[in-house]
Each structure stands twice: as C-alpha cells, then as structure tokens.
Design a protein around this ligand. Structure first.
Ligand code: NDP
Ligand code: GDR
Length: 334
C-alpha cells in the first residue's frame, strides 16, 4: 500500500530532494510550511525540481507544539522526517536561543506530537557531524564521543539524545542519521560550497572580481544531498531503529574546494579569494572525516557522486542561473 510521509524542513535543500525521492517511490508527501511575508520565494527549491504541485504543504512551525500535533492529525504519516532547523552554524553564535528552540526543542516537539498522535509511525532525526566538533577520533563513527563546538551543535546533540531516549523509553521507531556535510545546486547561498560556486560564476561572468571567505584551512567530508536523502529513507525501512553515520570517507579543505571550483572555469582561485577575519567563527570545527561502514553493511548505502562531479554540477548550475538573470532581469515582485 502507498505510504504517507511528513517532512519538516521541506523547503530546504534536503527536504526538497527527499520529497522528490519519496514521490518517485509512490509516497504521498506532506510538508510543513512556516508562514512568511515573502511567500513567493518559499517554494523555490521544490519548483526548481518540478515538484511544487506534487506535495501537500501544510502550515506549521516546529516551535509550536499545537501545530505539530495538528499537522500529524492531518497527514497521519507512516514516516516522519524531521529536517527543520536553524541550520547555519555561524548564525547560531548570534542567535543561540532561537537555535536551541528550533533545532533542539523543535525536535522534542515533533517526538511528543508523534507520541500523542501516531506512536506507531517511524521517525527520522537529522543529526549532524557537527556533534563531533572537536574531534575525539581521526575517523568518526557512531561510537566516537561527541564534543560540540557551537550552539547549533549543542542543540543538535539534545535533539539526537531525545531521539535515542524516545526510542528506548517508549519503544518508538526513531532513528538518527548523523550526516556529514552534503551539498548541491540547492544548497543555501550562505554555506561555503555554494558561496564559492556562486562566486566563481559571478567572477567568470564579470559580475564580481573577488570572493571573501573566512577560514580556508578547515576540512569537510562533502557528499551530494541527492545521495544522502536516500540514506534517510533507507534508515526508516529497517525493522529496527538505530543511528547511522552517513559520509564519503574523504575530507577536503576549503582551500582545495576553491581550487577545484575556480579551475572548472579556467580561473586561478588565488587571483580572486580574499580572506576576512569577520568571517571567522568564535570556535571552529577544524576537521570532519566520516566512516559510513555501518550504513553500508546494514542497508548497502554508499556515496555515489564524487566531489569533482558535484563541484562541476554546482558551478554549472550557478553559471546558468546568472546567465538567465543577465538575459532576463526579474521584475520586482512589489
Ligand atoms: P536548510 O537550512 O536548507 O533547511 C532548513 C529547513 O528548516 C527549511 O525548510 C526551513 O524553512 C525550516 N525551518 C527553519 N526553522 C523552522 C521552524 N521554526 N519551523 C518549521 N520549519 C523551519 O537545511 P538542509 O536542508 O541543509 O538540512 C536539513 C537538516 O539536516 C537540518 O536539520 C540540518 O541542520 C541537518 N543537517 C544538514 C547537513 C547538511 O550538510 N546539509 C548535515 C547534517 C545535518 P524556511 O524555508 O522557511 O526557512
Ligand atoms: P558547516 O558548513 O558549518 O560545516 O555546517 P559551512 O559551509 O557554513 O562551513 C564549512 C566550513 O567552511 C568555513 N568557511 C566558511 N563558511 C561559510 N559559511 N562562509 C564563509 O565565508 C567561509 N569561509 C570559510 C567554515 O568556517 C567552516 O569551517 C554545515 C551545515 O549544513 C550544518 O547544518 C550541518 O549540520 C553541517 O554542515 C554538517
């Protein structure tokens, strides 16, 4: 029988790709949509993937428990994917309480709503490699101790342990995916990979001359969001709920990412990248490098897209976006 899923965070990068993946498997997909005064841009990622009209968007906000309950009563989902969060680490230093309320307590609201309305549903929590923070082992696995380094990571850790606790206390099918960084042409423009590929496109097309970045020495284990949402889905198809690291097992510095992106269009990154102390974080996560062996052994998941292919896809998408804007500037919506 066809299944129903509810995705919180459906308007974000992962929510959009996950909705596309579930629709392709015949799911009815509901998504939580928070009210915005700029409603016309809110479905942009879903529109980009051509699925805006195929999902059922329902009003709600993760920090409002009553709306979480009402949404589950409306959707009656078999599977709940809790992807909504204040997900930008840098902002969490400026807005630690909001981040705690949405990214931490918001997950507890969804777990509570599920316990009240549909305790037999399956729950996915979007945990993060940021929880490893100041890494305690060179290669991080499900057994590596956590050491969060930002209000975002602390909030994610609370949500992570609440997921484990609801599983152990109430027997709920609640799983947590500890996902390492994953990117795509739908990545928010504030995150470093998309900031770089957008900057490369602007510079190549003569719209900008330089790109300002912060710490170039940090390294990240970057995969493609399209591959990673498949792991979320697979986790909820397992008989037993559990926690899984999802990563590529390759770590690359911001500097090397710049080199790859600029050289894709025949430019030398050192001619254009400028570092700025304003973009440094109060505390940094220097290295992340994940080992996803458990997921591979349990349900055969491996990252399919290489970093090189992903960088090329992102740069090409940003070139196409800017070329379209040059050809037909968008009229003001006001
Ligand atoms: P995005 O920032 O692209 O999307 C976040 C989503 O959360 C948006 O749909 C946003 O809505 C929604 N949201 C924010 N606040 C609320 C709220 N109060 N109530 C309801 N919805 C809200 O994140 P990603 O898609 O990149 O990531 C998805 C999840 O996975 C996040 O929880 C993130 O922390 C986590 N994660 C991401 C990783 C990555 O590399 N991308 C790695 C590990 C974990 P709106 O569009 O209205 O802003
Ligand atoms: P991250 O992603 O913090 O890992 O969190 P981000 O792309 O913001 O930063 C990665 C690294 O790049 C360095 N950096 C810069 N970052 C940004 N955003 N802008 C810059 O100009 C810049 N210059 C250097 C950062 O200091 C950092 O070391 C992402 C989010 O998606 C989280 O929600 C998710 O949980 C983790 O990935 C896994």
């Amino acid at each position: 029988m066809a299944k129903t899923a509810l995705i919180t965070g459906i308007t974000g990068q992962d929510g959009a790709y996950l909705a596309q993946h579930l629709l392709s498997h015949g799911y009815t997909v509901y998504g939580l949509l928070r009210r915005s005064a700029s409603a016309e841009i809110i479905g942009e990622r879903l529109r980009w993937l051509g699925i805006l009209d195929d999902v059922k968007l329902i009003d709600g906000d993760l920090i409002d428990l009553s709306s979480c309950i009402r949404n589950l009563e409306t959707a009656r989902p078999d599977e709940i994917y809790n992807l909504a969060a204040q997900s930008f680490v840098a902002t969490s230093f400026q807005q630690p309480l909001l981040t705690g309320a949405v990214t931490g307590l918001g997950a507890a609201n969804m777990l509570e709503a599920m316990r009240i309305v549909c305790p037999k549903a399956r729950f996915y929590q979007a945990s993060s490699s940021e929880m490893f923070g100041k890494i305690q082992e060179q290669l991080q696995t499900e057994r590596t101790p956590f050491y969060p380094r930002s209000p975002y990571a602390v909030a994610k850790l609370y949500a992570h342990w609440m997921t484990v606790n609801y599983r152990e206390s109430f027997g709920m099918h609640a799983s947590s995916g500890i996902l390492f960084n994953h990117e795509s042409p739908l990545r928010g423009i504030e995150f470093v990979t998309r900031k770089v590929t957008d900057g490369v496109a602007r510079i190549k097309l003569g719209l900008a001359r330089e790109l300002r970045l912060g710490n170039l020495s940090a390294t990240r284990d970057w995969g493609h969001a399209r591959d990673y949402v498949q792991a979320m889905h697979l986790m909820l198809q397992q008989d037993t709920p559990d926690d899984y690291v999802i990563a590529t097992n390759r770590t690359t510095s911001i500097r090397d990412f710049c080199q790859m992106a600029f050289s894709h269009v025949g430019l030398n990154w050192q001619d254009h990248v400028v570092t700025s102390a304003d973009l440094l974080r109060p505390s940094e996560v220097d290295v992340l490098h994940g080992d996803a062996s458990k997921a591979r052994e349990a349900f055969g998941w491996v990252a399919k897209t290489s970093l090189e292919d992903m960088v090329a896809e992102m740069v090409e998408a940003d070139l196409a976006r800017h070329r379209a804007r040059i050809a037909a500037p968008a009229p003001s919506q006001l």
